[in-house]
Design a binder for this molecule. Structure first.
Ligand SMILES: N[C@@H](CCC(=O)N[C@@H](CCS)C(=O)NCC(=O)O)C(=O)O
Ligand SMILES: [Fe+2]
Length: 255
């Protein structure tokens, strides 16, 4: 009985967010790639049709391009939150499939792209824009993209649901990550929805309020956080040795 009530409440909440997105003219889709458990996000202006993809995956580039065409959208940007270590980005191939689309990444990532962005820059699509917030710590170039009304933020691997990005390779640094999350993500409104770069447990979305209260790593003080991060002992991502060099060139792009 309780389960049914909870499921109905979750569905109602989900419908509310979809209705909000539809009523203000924002098209929003969360897409999934199951091998690396990566989320890709499509955002677009329903009226002007301008669209942006965040963190597309090479193996799903055709799926994403088809969806964009089916919805009659014009993809102007394919943006990465960082230089990924666990999958090859789809941006290079999407540029070929959807001519006119520009790749975007932070300058600090060290990766190649058409457009480099920095802290505070805005990426416009129709009447909406994403503000780039620099959230290093998982990698030097990690960005969190915040929707203009601060109702949603795309955290990449800086903040995961009840977790965070590891800090034991690329330019990882636990202290830097702790500071990034507290100053740039936890300072957003409590009801801001947080969409991560990955989830390994089947969760899809969280909020600033939830993570400030429930994140088992980031609710700790800085010293405890550093200890946790230095003792994760995770195996290396399976694709790291091919993904990082490819992503430094924007995936599979120009010859
Ligand atoms: N098993 C996966 C890799 C899992 C992993 O290392 N994920 C990274 C994010 C992608 S770079 C991470 O930061 N994880 C933090 C954590 O606590 O899990 C694979 O082989 O691809
Ligand atoms: Fe990552």
């Amino acid at each position: 009985m309780l389960f049914v009530a909870l499921k109905q409440a979750a569905l109602a909440q989900c419908r509310k967010y979809s209705a909000m997105a539809a009523s203000n003219g924002l098209v929003f889709r969360q897409l999934f790639e199951p091998v690396s458990c990566t989320y890709t996000y499509l955002l677009a202006d329903k009226d002007t049709k301008e669209a942006i993809l965040i963190d597309p995956v090479l193996e799903k580039a055709e799926r994403d391009a088809k969806l964009i065409k089916d919805l009659g959208l014009n993809m102007i940007y394919a943006a990465n939150t960082h230089c990924h270590a666990d999958h090859i980005t789809g941006t290079g191939v999407l540029k070929k499939l959807l001519p006119g689309c520009k790749s975007v990444i932070s300058k600090n990532s060290g990766a190649r792209a058409d457009l480099y962005i920095h802290e505070g820059d805005q990426i416009q699509f129709g009447k909406f824009w994403l503000e780039a917030r620099s959230t290093p710590g998982h990698t030097d170039g990690c960005l969190t993209y915040v929707l203009n009304d601060k109702s949603m933020a795309f955290t990449g691997d800086a903040l995961l649901i009840r977790g965070c990005g590891r800090t034991d390779f690329q330019q990882g640094c636990p202290k830097t990550l702790y500071h990034s999350v507290h100053s740039k993500i936890f300072s957003l409104p409590e009801n801001c929805l947080l969409y991560p770069g990955h989830d390994y447990t089947g969760q899809t979305v969280s909020s600033v309020e939830e993570e400030k209260r429930l994140n088992p790593r980031l609710t700790k003080d800085e010293a405890e956080f550093v200890k946790i991060m230095n003792n994760l002992n995770l195996p290396k991502p399976k694709q790291i040795d091919i993904a990082v060099p490819a992503n430094l060139k924007c995936g599979i792009q120009d010859p």
